[in-house]
Design a protein around this ligand. Structure first.
Ligand code: SDX
Length: 448
């Protein structure tokens, strides 16, 4: 019995069911037939399982950028790009960001369920008592120039954690995996705040166990030893919500980097350092810094048309930073919450008339009405409004991706743990389509 694969439109490859009733896709190459199992998840597109394709056909599939490739099976995060939905373990991001908090979201991403009060308090306590860094790590900071980009510092310091916490680097010991997870989530705010303090020549501020996660981070960034510093609860809430929005996002570039590094058995600190390095790119986590720099370069509303024209010009490499997404072909649900948070923070700080916000609002309005952006389904993504908000909170643009890395650490850790615990996972080793020179003999230098 053959049937077309259930899809919006008939698929060229017919499918059929094998004896066991499993639906199969049928691939025919040069008259050879290859039946490939079709697997269905709980949500989202089906997959065609090609794990045995090379062994049977001696052919690879080809998919640079993995636009049509599922690298793994996961139960953590789901994105419905067409409808602008993002679910963490089934819960919509806007509900978690509005009603929950970051540590509750960390528990959910790590363990799969929202914690009850006792579970939450035990988890929050474990995190609180891992926030300090080994005192000797302070010396790593003084080895950097003061003007070093804080993402460079983050990559270095996080990678170096495995030199201090080798008692939680045995990835095959579940207890050590758990301790490493707590340590990463707990220490990232301390490491990030120290990178910021070092860049402005101020002394490091130790974490405080009487403050919650986001308030503690703001305190470590903006307090000075000379006087008390009260964290504004509205700003702390906004910071916490920004962390929730950035916590995880399926198999994006940096998460895939963490999974690939982890698939070789590398320790968790080294894997997270690899993820930080990947996130730094302006097409990925570096877009919030790039988006703010772009808004500053545009400067005034009357210059927006010039930049819209440049974004459309194929000969111009300029792109509107903070617009477009590989998966969202609708409004990024995180951007909606980020936009509301931007207004709340600027209101609270009395900078509602911030010119950059005016430029951002007008740029968004124009882009959403412009044929090019509508046709290419380029909507504002989370980075479009996060830069304005973070700058209003007092962070310089070079710290924006550091905050993204801080928040995404729990997502990287959750995905890394899932990969380690997946019996089907093996070392990641993609193949290639080789188009280089065919075999040839060595030519001695004096004969070339
Ligand atoms: C993040 O993967 C994730 O989930 C990432 C992330 C996460 O939480 O981990 O969501 C975080 O990285 C958000 C994205 C932040 N990046 C930016 O804002 C940088 C600007 N955006 C682009 O570089 C781009 O949109 C990407 C990289 C985000 C997506 O690129 P794709 O899916 O590979 O799409 P594409 O580059 O092929 O673009 C499709 C078309 C192209 O035109 P054509 O070649 O089809 O004619 O749209 C155009 C592009 O030229 N286009 C843009 C544009 N983005 C895409 N044109 C102008 N401005 C833009 N921003």
């Amino acid at each position: 019995m053959s049937q077309s694969i259930t899809a919006d439109k008939p698929d060229t490859n017919k499918s059929r069911a094998d004896e066991g009733g499993e639906r199969m896709a049928l691939l025919i190459v040069d008259g050879e037939e290859y039946e490939l199992p079709i697997r269905k998840g709980t949500m989202g597109p089906e997959v065609i399982d090609i794990t045995k394709l090379y062994r049977r056909s001696r052919r690879f599939t080809y998919d640079p950028g993995y636009t049509s490739t599922a690298s793994c099976e996961s139960k953590i995060t789901f994105i419905d790009g067409a409808n602008g939905k993002l679910l963490y373990r089934g819960y919509p991001i806007d509900e978690l960001a509005t009603h929950g908090n970051y540590l509750e979201t960390c528990y959910l991403l790590l363990f799969g369920e929202l914690p009850n009060k006792a579970q939450y308090e035990e988890f929050a306590n474990r995190i609180t008592y891992h926030t300090m860094l080994h005192e000797q790590m302070n010396r790593f900071y003084t080895g950097f120039r003061r003007d070093a980009h804080p993402m460079a510092i983050m990559v270095g310091i996080v990678g170096a954690l495995s030199a201090f916490y080798h008692d939680s680097t045995d990835i095959y010991d579940p207890e050590q995996r758990m301790v490493a997870s707590y340590r990463m989530i707990a220490k990232m705010p301390t490491i990030a705040a120290m990178a910021y303090k070092y860049s402005i020549g101020q002394p490091f501020i130790y974490p405080r166990n009487d403050l919650d996660y986001a308030a503690n981070f703001l305190h470590m960034c903006f307090a000075v030893p000379c006087e008390p510093y009260e964290v504004d609860p509205v700003l702390a809430r906004a910071m916490d919500r920004i962390f929730v929005l950035h916590a995880d996002h399926e198999q994006n570039a940096s998460t895939s980097t963490v999974r690939l590094a982890g698939s070789s058995g590398a320790n968790p600190f080294a894997c997270i350092a690899a993820g930080i390095a990947c996130l730094w790119g302006p097409s990925h986590g570096g877009a919030n810094e790039a988006a703010l720099n772009m808004l500053e370069e545009i400067g005034t509303v009357d210059r927006i048309p010039e930049y819209i024209a440049r974004a459309k010009d194929k000969s111009d490499p300029f792109r509107l930073m903070g617009f477009g997404h590989r998966v969202y072909k609708n409004y990024d649900p995180r951007a909606k919450v980020m936009r509301q948070t931007a207004h709340e923070v600027l209101d609270r700080l009395g900078v509602k008339e911030e010119p950059l916000l005016q430029v951002a609002m007008e740029l968004e309005r124009i882009a959403l009405e412009d044929e090019y952006f509508i046709e290419k389904r380029l909507y504002p993504n989370i980075d479009f409004y996060s830069g304005i908000t973070l700058r209003a909170l007092g962070f310089p643009p070079e710290m924006f991706t550091v905050l993204f890395a801080l928040a995404r650490t729990v997502g990287w850790i959750a995905q890394w743990r899932e990969m380690i615990e997946d019996p089907n996972q093996k070392i990641g080793r993609p193949r290639q389509l080789y188009t280089g020179p065919v075999e040839r003999d060595y030519v001695p230098m004096d004969e070339r």
